[in-house]
Design a protein around this ligand. Sequence first.
Ligand SMILES: [Zn+2]
Length: 126
Amino acid sequence: MEAGKKSCPYCAEVIMTEAILCKHCQSDLRQKIRISPGWPRPSERRSDLGSKIVAGIFIAITLYVVFDFYVSNTSENKERTQAREAAERCREEVDSYSGPEVGKNIVADVCRKLEDELRKSLSHSP
Ligand SMILES: [Zn+2]
């Protein structure tokens, strides 16, 4: 058989490899190249990864909000312990995070910033 040609699966006539419609029997040849169900498509895997990253960012935002709450709503006596608890919870969140490395890095980065803020806020109140 010549290069770039194949035989039609329906009528066995020789047709072009790129043909999407057989010129002999008018059969739709695109159906032959469909991905079988159950095979994970690249787009699905990408969206799964994306949702995990979104989950990581969501955790990071939640931790920020929680930290702000601790700082603005606690008395000076309680501030140190509760802010430290927030930072510890943040580190636990990083340890238990099972998503992709990029999401974990986002949470870990927020934890570092959180601890920086913590140090700063504690130095303001002797
Ligand atoms: Zn055909």
